[in-house]
Write a protein that binds this ligand. Structure first.
Ligand code: SAM
Length: 222
């Protein structure tokens, strides 16, 4: 079963401490498999990593500790989430940079803050593209095509359909709930995402199985 409940894109964030830190109930469960998955293709690559839709900020702080060869920049369109990310950075004394405001559906590659960290080694996004209109997946892919260096990676974590089929009954029900909440949301198909990625110069690299029928879907810039 996918990581989120079916209502609202951040319905599973809880209030943490009075310093603004929010807590994601699924963080403890997915941080190790996702980190291991990222390391499996990144190896010891250095450079800059940008996370799209960083949510509470717990993941990006953990990545910056476990994958220190990369300099991590979180991003979020939601100001309360950005405050949480920065509170986590402060609390953990994390080397991750200050969160920047990115709406992935917009032309984010041209933002001054992105210009300062591009060309990028990695664009990573977790649990975002199924809880948003497809324009967000398109925006992440378009921006990644413009900002990744040759050999750089784009990775998506979350539930995916494979050749039109859900990878589990829980994901089918989750997808139904998402579409009931918003007809523009829904679990994406690896084939549709790959077709779009390839049209932006990003070649399929790997599809890594994750717990709870999730996947880490990876593309590489040629
Ligand atoms: C379910 S949360 C996932 C957060 C985090 N990545 C995680 O896995 O815990 C989805 C996140 O996507 C963000 N989001 C929604 N629309 C977005 C957009 N257009 N561009 C970038 N992020 C967006 C939300 O603000 C929210 O923090």
């Amino acid at each position: 079963m996918a990581d989120q409940p079916t209502t609202g894109h951040s319905a599973n964030f809880r209030k943490g401490k009075s310093d603004g830190r929010l807590l994601n109930a699924t963080f403890e469960r997915n941080i190790k498999p996702v980190t291991d998955g990222l390391l499996s293709f990144l190896g010891d690559a250095g450079g800059n990593a940008l996370e799209i839709g960083s949510g509470t900020g717990q993941h990006v702080c953990a990545f910056s500790a476990s994958i220190p060869n990369l300099t991590w920049t979180p991003s979020e369109p939601d100001a309360i989430h950005r405050a949480s990310i920065d509170a986590w950075r402060k609390h953990l004394n994390s080397p991750a940079r200050t969160a920047i405001g990115i709406d992935a559906a917009a032309n984010w590659a041209g933002q001054a803050a992105v210009g300062q960290i591009a060309p990028l080694t990695l664009v990573h996004s977790m649990n975002v593209i199924h809880i948003a209109p497809f324009a967000v997946a398109r925006g992440i892919i378009t921006g990644a095509g413009q900002t990744l260096q040759g050999g750089g990676f784009l990775s998506f974590y979350g539930p995916f359909k494979e050749a039109g089929r859900h990878t589990g009954e829980g994901n089918r029900q989750f997808d139904q709930g998402l579409r009931a909440d918003n007809p523009d949301w829904g679990v994406r198909d690896v084939i549709a995402v790959t077709k779009l990625a390839e049209s932006h110069g990003l070649m399929f690299h790997d599809l890594i199985e994750m717990p709870s029928n999730n996947r880490l879907l990876v593309y590489r810039r040629g």
